[in-house]
Design a protein around this ligand. Structure first.
Ligand SMILES: *Cc1c(COP(=O)(O)O)cnc(C)c1O
Length: 357
């Protein structure tokens, strides 16, 4: 069976290293901690002193509270209408808009609130400085508990110049907002913003996801990095094994629709892993794997199988690595885009999960 090994030691070490370099961390643990197991991850982060968690689902907030107890700070990023749940589990909530606040005033009176500046993300939050100030004012008039200010950059993972513009706007809005309210927590930066800029003076926390899970947020070989000596260890290893060795004559094809035609008489390996295991097709097609320490071509990609190049030394049962320390998730950013896409896609129902502590 194809296997995914999760090295929680490395996740722990990464969290320690990131904590040293940041002001403080809000760990983003949405989507089951990017698929790396919500309970395991929040426990581990909490053990290294990270005490603030953000996710998009009410249900996950509940799991975090049940796992960590009273002391953890939990922030629900999405606007919520499940006021009973967030009250019961002491979850900080996001202000979707001034209108939301007005319409739900009685429900949010005793809750802890955070003010989002929508910026160019525009999923939720105040859409301009005017609305930011109106919300602050409304909170004051109604003695609501306004704890935080936050925003999310929509271009932090791109290097086309837009990020610098949105950063300028967000910091300007923050400046103005701070003249009218003393926020206890301020968090703007995701992994990419943190990696390329280091910390912003005016904030209190970095709101980190992907980098906490051991993958760089963008192609660091081609783009600038501010945190140069930051060490992030790979926690994810994915491999299948050779289940058959087939000799093809020159011109013979293998797999669906002539997906590979042998250019000479050769042996190829059939491997028990495919895109059905959640490996992105862009990671497989025309790319390589590692067998017995050597980089080998992937010839054909199927749901549960790959056909790969092999040498004389390969035999049945040999491991075929798709992700490991040599070929990490973030080495493929330029082929498949955000690394969180690959993390989120991994199919834990079809892979055997091996946890390493
Ligand atoms: C997912 C998410 C993050 C974390 O982003 P990364 O790029 O994974 O670090 C931070 N903030 C918000 C609002 C998010 O949705």
């Amino acid at each position: 069976m194809a296997t995914i090994e999760l090295n929680y030691n490395n996740i722990r070490q990464n969290a320690i290293n990131l904590k040293e370099r940041s002001q403080d961390i809000i760990a983003v643990v949405k989507n089951n901690a990017y698929n790396l197991n919500l309970r395991e991850c929040v426990k581990l982060y909490s053990e290294v002193g990270i005490n603030y968690f953000a996710t998009t689902k009410e249900e996950e907030c509940k799991v975090i509270r049940e796992t960590l107890g009273e002391d953890a700070n939990i922030f629900l990023l999405n606007p919520t209408y499940n006021f009973d749940l967030v009250r019961e589990y002491n979850v900080e909530i996001n202000i979707a808009s001034l209108e939301y606040l007005k319409e739900n005033l009685e429900n949010v009176r005793d809750l802890t609130l955070q003010l989002e500046f929508a910026g160019s993300m525009r999923r939720a939050g105040a859409r301009n400085l005017e609305e930011v100030l109106e919300i602050i004012n409304f909170c004051k008039e109604n003695t609501l508990k306004l704890k935080g200010f936050w925003s999310h950059f929509s271009f932090a993972d791109e290097f086309d110049g837009f990020y610098e513009k949105e950063k300028e706007l967000v910091l300007k809005v923050l400046d103005e907002a701070q003249k009218h309210h003393d926020f206890e927590v301020i968090h703007l930066q995701n992994s990419a913003s943190f990696l390329r800029d280091g910390v912003f003076e005016k904030t209190t926390h970095q709101r980190l996801g992907i980098i906490l899970y051991g993958a760089m947020p963008y192609n660091v070989k081609e783009n600038p990095v501010a945190l140069k000596d930051l060490i992030i260890k790979n926690p994810i290893t994915v491999y299948g094994e050779i289940i058959n060795i087939v000799t093809l004559n020159k011109g013979e094809c293998i797999g669906y629709s002539n997906s590979y035609i042998a250019d000479a008489k050769k042996k190829v390996g059939v491997v028990n892993i495919g895109y059905g295991d959640g490996i992105l097709r862009d990671r497989l097609k025309g790319q390589t794997c590692i067998i017995n320490g050597k980089e080998r071509n992937i010839y054909s990609t199927m749901m549960s199988h790959l056909v790969v190049e092999i040498g004389e030394e390969e035999s049945i049962g040999d491991r075929v690595y798709i992700y490991d320390d040599k070929q990490q998730l973030h080495d493929y950013t330029k082929y498949f885009g955000p690394n969180s896409v690959q993390l989120a896609a991994l199919n834990y129902n079809s892979l055997k999960v091996k946890k390493i502590y």
